[in-house]
Design a protein around this ligand. Structure first.
Ligand code: XLS
Ligand code: CA
Ligand code: CA
Length: 440
């Protein structure tokens, strides 16, 4: 298809010396690294909302984006044009996956029944295009936050009618995700949080949210949806306090309600930093708890306190992210979904390509650096040595649970000389830099 972006042809890998803005410099999809192609490692995905529906409006101004699918006669014609454009983009960028909310791909009708019909119509168009272009759905989700009906939340609303509506919407979104062969289904707690405890029954809200998730688990089983369920943490925005604050909070919630075996975590870089964590921290916490499910690839702006959803261009961050992902044994059946949007001033359609190329190249470079770091084991060896006191003697006995406070007191009383070693943070940081700069 060459309908919406006639000036851009298929984006190819041309290597780091290329000056062609419409070429990959580091992302070489078929280059093999450690037995897998880059494409298999990275499992890139296009986010429908930021790429096809976002217009760049902000609290101070209207949309600025000029899109080749603008100017359709009605909302269904617009939805269909966007769907075609999405596949042209994925085809030209060689992106295998995409993600959407139900309301990104099809508009709401006057009733829920009408809305579902509209969704079905677009889903059948989507299914055909997926077959034609050999593209896959990474995950689907329901937008239970934009409509005014969700003013008090969806699963955590004070209004049971709204809870029921959200449940109906999620049921349909699950059916659609299954229909399209989705590999996952995400719950991001849109307005699941609170503004003030003066009017909030937090206990009931959390119990209800768990009830909704359990209903989704049960329904998935009933219809034979076997994709991975994911929860995406975020600490704030749109509500002051989001219940799914960060990975650790979500883990506590899942364990309290016996839901932990059904869910993994979808980590978004910008949500990590909003929670005052690094991207790597969130990936690490998820990995060591066996719940690293998928990634929303973007970056925030350290100067701003909100969710800027920028395309990732920071190689240091992508290196450490890929380090965690490689240590996790990969990200499949999840992927790297560019939950990223072009800046308001980057309003031309071609900016979409340039932004994806920047993000894909940055992750590809991060992958190669992280792979080399892991292969050579500089950080691993240092870590091994740093904790070696737990491999023998009293340390081994602590780890094996053979000693208690009394035995440790006896040991401490007989051992008056304690020797610590430097943590060598600056050395380790410069080693990482060396790998980034020189490839090592
Ligand atoms: C918003 C979230 C959202 C989820 C999907 O901040 O990132 O886009 O990824 O509902
Ligand atoms: Ca996200
Ligand atoms: Ca975000």
């Amino acid at each position: 298809m060459n309908k919406y972006f006639p000036n851009v042809s298929k984006v190819k890998y041309e290597g780091p010396k290329s000056t062609n803005p419409f070429a990959f410099k580091y992302y070489n999809p078929y280059e093999v690294i450690g037995g897998k192609t880059m494409k298999e490692h990275l499992r890139f995905s296009l986010s429908y909302w930021h790429t096809l529906t976002a217009g760049g409006s902000d609290p101070f101004g209207v949309a600025t984006a000029v899109r080749p699918w603008d100017g359709q006669n009605d909302d269904m014609a617009l939805a269909k044009a966007r769907m075609e454009a999405a596949f042209e983009l994925m085809d030209k960028l060689d992106i295998e996956y995409f993600c959407f909310h139900d309301r990104d791909i099809a508009p709401e009708g006057k009733t829920l029944a009408e809305t579902n019909e509209k969704l079905d119509e677009i889903v059948s168009q989507c299914k055909e295009l997926m077959k034609k272009y050999n593209k896959k759905l990474l995950w689907g989700t329901a937008n239970c936050f934009s409509s005014p009906r969700y003013v008090h939340g969806a699963g955590t609303t004070c209004n049971a009618e709204v809870f029921a509506y959200a449940a109906a919407q999620i049921k349909k979104a699950l059916e659609v995700t299954k229909e399209l062969g989705g590999e996952g289904y995400v719950f991001w707690g849109g307005r699941e949080g609170y503004e003030t405890l003066l009017n909030t029954n937090m206990e009931l809200e959390l119990d209800n949210f768990a009830r909704l998730l359990q209903m989704a688990v049960d329904y998935a089983k009933e219809i034979g949806f076997t994709g991975q369920f994911l929860i995406e943490p975020k600490p704030k925005e749109p509500t002051k306090h989001q219940y799914d604050f960060d990975t650790a909070t979500v883990l506590g919630f899942l364990r309290k309600y016996n839901l932990e075996k059904h869910f993994k975590i979808n980590i978004e870089a910008n949500h990590a930093t909003l929670a005052q964590h690094t991207f790597q921290h969130e990936l690490h916490v998820a990995r060591i708890n066996n719940v690293l499910g998928s990634v929303d690839a973007n970056q925030g702006d350290p100067m701003l306190g909100w969710d800027t959803d920028q395309f990732p261009t920071n190689v240091y961050d992508t290196t450490l992210a890929m380090y965690e992902i490689l240590k996790n044994g990969g990200i499949a059946p999840g992927g790297l979904n560019f939950d990223s949007k072009v800046r308001r001033a980057s309003f031309e359609a071609e900016d979409l390509f340039l932004a994806y190329i920047a993000g894909m190249d940055t992750f590809a470079k991060g992958l190669t650096v992280a792979y080399n770091l892991l292969q050579n084991g500089d950080l691993e060896k240092f870590m091994e040595e740093r904790y070696s006191s737990f491999n023998e003697g009293i340390g081994k006995e602590i780890v094996e649970g053979k000693v208690g406070l009394k035995e440790l007191e006896k040991h401490a009383l007989s051992n008056n000389i304690i020797v610590n070693k430097s943590g060598r943070q600056e050395l380790l940081e410069s080693i990482v830099n060396q790998y980034i700069f020189e490839g090592k």
